[in-house]
Write a protein that binds this ligand. Structure first.
Ligand code: SAM
Length: 348
C-alpha cells in the first residue's frame, strides 16, 4: 500500500505541547532520513534597498520616503566574498529590493567574478524581473532563484500590494523553473487578515509549483508600513508550517529564517532547526547598507557565522561541505536519468 502524500490540516497547524512536539520530531526525522544531519550554509548579501514595489508588509516599500536608499559597491563586495567569506559558507545569495539597476551594474559583474574566482554556489533573490535579465543572471553563473509567492490567497495578495499581481508572480516562478533554475519559493505566515483557509492555500499552491525549496517567514510588523502596529506572527504557527512543508515535500531545501529569532527572541531559531529545516543563513551584508536594509525594523537580529555554527552544533547538526548548488546539480542529474517512482509521480 502506498501512503498518501502528507497535507496539513488546520488542527495540525494549530497543534501545541505534546502533539506539536511529536509533529516536529516526525518532520525532523524525515529531514535526517533524507539529508542526514547536514545543513547547508549560505551567506546572504543584501546589495540594494531601492525597490520599485510597494508591499504593505515591507519596510523597503517604494512609499517609505524616509528611508535612505543605497546600492552596494561592486569592488567592496568582490573583495569581501572572494577573500574574506567565512570558511563554512558554500553558497552565496545576492538579495535586493526590486532594483534592475543594481542587477545590471553590481549583481551581474559580481556573479561573473565569483564564478571565476570561487567555488561557491550562487543564488539570487531579486524580485520579478524580465526574461532577458533572468537569462543574463543564469549565463553569468547563478543557478538558484529565490522568489516567494508571499501569500497564495489572491485577494490577500492584492490587499498586501505584494509584487505585481499574484498571477504574474506564479507565472514567473514557473518560467524560472522551466528555464533551468532551481527555484525556491515561500510564504509569510500570520499576515494581518490571514484566514485558516488562506493559510492552507499556501500549501496547496506550494505543492503544485515546480520547486526545489520553500520557506516560511513569520510576519514581522515592518517599521513605517501600513501594518506597523499589527501583531507579530505566532512562532508556533510558523514552526508548524515549517514542519508541515518538510512532511509534504521531504526533499525540499527548507531554510530556518533569521526572522524566527524576531518572532521569539532567544529560542525561535533553534526551534526552527528542530522542525526539519536544512539550510541556515549567515548575513554578510556590509555595515552601512545593512542599517538601511529594513524589511522589518532597524534592530535586526544578525546571524553571524559564530551564532549559526553554535546553533547547528547545539542541535546535533553539521555544516554541509557540499554546496547547495552542487547538491541540486547532482539531484537534477539523477532525476533526469532515473524513472520516477510512483510515489513521486503522485506527489508532483
Ligand atoms: N524584492 C525581492 C522579491 O520581491 O522577491 C526580494 C527581496 S524581499 C525584500 C525579501 C523577502 O522579505 C520577501 O520575499 C518577503 O517574503 C520578506 N518580507 C518582507 N517584509 C516582511 C515582513 N514584514 N514579514 C515577513 N517577511 C517579510
Amino acid at each position: 500500500m502506498i501512503d498518501e502524500p502528507f497535507f496539513p490540516t488546520t488542527d495540525i497547524l494549530k497543534s501545541r505541547d505534546q502533539a506539536q512536539h511529536a509533529f516536529h520530531e516526525r518532520a525532523a526525522r524525515v529531514a535526517v532520513e533524507t539529508f542526514g544531519r547536514q545543513v547547508f550554509v549560505r551567506a546572504v548579501v543584501e546589495v540594494s534597498n531601492f525597490c520599485r514595489e510597494n508591499c504593505s508588509y515591507c519596510g523597503m516599500r517604494r512609499d517609505n520616503r524616509g528611508l535612505a536608499r543605497h546600492r552596494a559597491r561592486l569592488d567592496q563586495l568582490a573583495e569581501l566574498l572572494v577573500h574574506h567569506r567565512p570558511a563554512s559558507v558554500t553558497d552565496v545569495n545576492l538579495q535586493a529590493g526590486e532594483d534592475p539597476v543594481v542587477v545590471r551594474e553590481v549583481v551581474l559583474p559580481l556573479i561573473k567574478i565569483l564564478r571565476h574566482e570561487t567555488p561557491v554556489g550562487l543564488s539570487v533573490c531579486l524580485g520579478t524581473l524580465n526574461r532577458s535579465l533572468y537569462g543574463a543572471l543564469k549565463s553569468a553563473g547563478a543557478s538558484t532563484y529565490i522568489i516567494k509567492f508571499e501569500v497564495a490567497d489572491p485577494e490577500l495578495y492584492a490587499q498586501m500590494e505584494a509584487p505585481g499581481t499574484f498571477e504574474e508572480r506564479v507565472e514567473h516562478i514557473r518560467l524560472l523553473a522551466a528555464t533551468g533554475w532551481n527555484v525556491s519559493s515561500g510564504f509569510i505566515a500570520g499576515l494581518p487578515g490571514e484566514t485558516e483557509d488562506a493559510l492552507l492555500a499556501n500549501f496547496s499552491l506550494a505543492r503544485k509549483l515546480p520547486l526545489a525549496g520553500c520557506s516560511v517567514s513569520p510576519f514581522i510588523p515592518g517599521e513605517a508600513t501600513p501594518y506597523a502596529n499589527a501583531p507579530t506572527a505566532d512562532i508556533d504557527l510558523t514552526l508548524n508550517c515549517m514542519a508541515a512543508l518538510r512532511l509534504m515535500r521531504p526533499r525540499w531545501v527548507i531554510p530556518a529564517v533569521s526572522a524566527l529569532n524576531l518572532a521569539r527572541p532567544g529560542s525561535g531559531y533553534r526551534r526552527g532547526l528542530r522542525t526539519g529545516a536544512n539550510l541556515v543563513t549567515i548575513n554578510l551584508t556590509p555595515p552601512g547598507l545593512r542599517e538601511d536594509y529594513v524589511l522589518y525594523r532597524r534592530d535586526r537580529f544578525i546571524m553571524t557565522e559564530e551564532r549559526i555554527l553554535a546553533a547547528i552544533e547545539a542541535e546535533g547538526l553539521k555544516a554541509s561541505k557540499q554546496s547547495l548548488a552542487d547538491y541540486y546539480r547532482q539531484k537534477n542529474a539523477l532525476t533526469t536519468s532515473a524513472p520516477r517512482s510512483r510515489l513521486e509521480r503522485v506527489a508532483v
